[in-house]
Design a protein around this ligand. Structure first.
Ligand code: TRP
Length: 349
């Protein structure tokens, strides 16, 4: 077993669409920094995408490749930092561990998972979800524990899954390591949340007055792959303070996506502080503030577009994915073997 010098980072995304600015501030930005320090595994959870779109399998395949390209464009760099982009369905140990771990968690405990409840509500699933939908949090536990990571950077909505991961890890250690006086197989990992926990979208609030989370399916997202023209037209058409008809009306900063975005993306803090005062006083127009925001977001995404242009060949994307998956398999097979041994189910090894 080859010992890596670096600590291990594991995280992932479900391929249900292209990545957007919410992904960037929620986690991707952290990953791009952390890859300099950690041995990173970025898992594309294509099996999980089947929980809600089993009938759209070709689309899932396309999304997988979109995400590989989004990762590379965002600055995840397998060549420079050895980062690994991994395809979940080609890592069989994860599925095996899912089955084994599903025995270590109470069914009602899974049903109480708040992220599942939120998904059922937000996606309007009612009672109409497959058995695999309830299984996927356990699958995510296997995604994580298979890699025995030191750090898991995620968005805030993933915290319940990480909580369950820790519970299952503890139960495994208690049942199978402790009685044998063996060291814990699964040790605690650090969780790292993004700079902005929940980025709002471009649209108006819902009936309860809440701004919705940025999401491709809600059509309120700026994608990492958008062109400067697309960014421009989305921002020009975005929701701001509806009570402000002309520039001389006093504007509201709070709960206004225009300013939430400036805070998240504009690096010119002096301009932002100044412009907020002028906006409140009715001394600066929406259009001027939007133009500044466009500049900031185009500048942020410019290097992404430049990197994207280098990867237009699908074979190159597949090559990156294949290599990352191969390296992932090397690591998780070791976990699987150790797991089976500790569970006394090592018959032929
Ligand atoms: N459930 C995560 C999401 O939808 C994706 C995911 C799958 C993941 N497996 C993971 C995230 C393991 C972190 C670790 O965003």
């Amino acid at each position: 077993m080859q010992k890596s010098q670096r600590k291990i980072l594991l995280t992932g995304d479900t391929p249900t669409g292209k990545l957007h600015l919410g992904h960037w501030v929620g986690s991707l930005e952290n990953r791009v920094q952390l890859q300099k320090e950690y041995e990173c595994y970025f898992l594309i959870a294509n099996l999980h995408a089947f929980t809600t779109r089993a009938e759209r399998s070709a689309e899932i395949r396309e999304s997988v490749l979109d995400i590989v390209l989004d990762y590379l464009s965002a600055g995840i760099d397998p060549e420079q930092f050895g980062s690994r982009i991994v395809l979940q369905s080609e890592v069989p140990a994860i599925s095996e561990l899912t089955f084994l771990f599903s025995m270590l968690v109470n069914y009602n405990r899974v049903l109480r998972n708040p992220t599942l409840k939120d998904e059922i509500r937000d996606k309007d699933l009612g009672d109409n979800y497959p058995f695999g939908f309830l299984l996927y949090p356990v699958g995510q536990v296997a995604d994580i524990l298979a890699f025995r990571p030191d750090i898991v950077p995620v968005g805030e909505d993933q915290l319940p899954h990480l909580e369950m991961t820790k519970e299952i890890a503890q139960r495994f250690n208690y049942l199978y390591c402790k009685p044998e006086n063996k060291p814990d197989l699964f040790s605690l990992f650090e969780t790292k949340l993004g700079r902005v926990k929940r980025l709002v979208g471009l649209g108006a609030p819902n009936a309860q007055g809440q701004l919705l989370k940025m999401s491709k399916s809600l059509n309120n997202a700026i994608l990492l792959s958008d062109s400067p023209d697309e960014i421009r037209s989305k921002i020009m058409g975005m929701y701001t303070d509806p009570k402000r008809i002309k520039a001389s009306d006093p504007g509201q900063i709070e709960n206004n996506p225009l300013w939430i975005f400036h805070d998240a993306f504009n690096t010119d803090l002096t301009w932002v502080a100044n412009a907020k005062e002028l906006y409140r006083a009715g001394k600066i127009g929406d259009v001027e503030c939007k133009r500044k925001l466009i500049e900031a977001i185009v500048a942020l995404t410019d290097p992404m577009r430049a990197r994207r242009a280098k990867y237009q060949n699908q074979d190159d994307l597949l090559e990156v994915l294949k290599l990352g998956t191969q390296l992932a398999n090397e690591r998780v097979e070791i976990t699987l073997e150790a797991t089976k041994k500790l569970m006394h189910q090592h018959f032929f090894i």
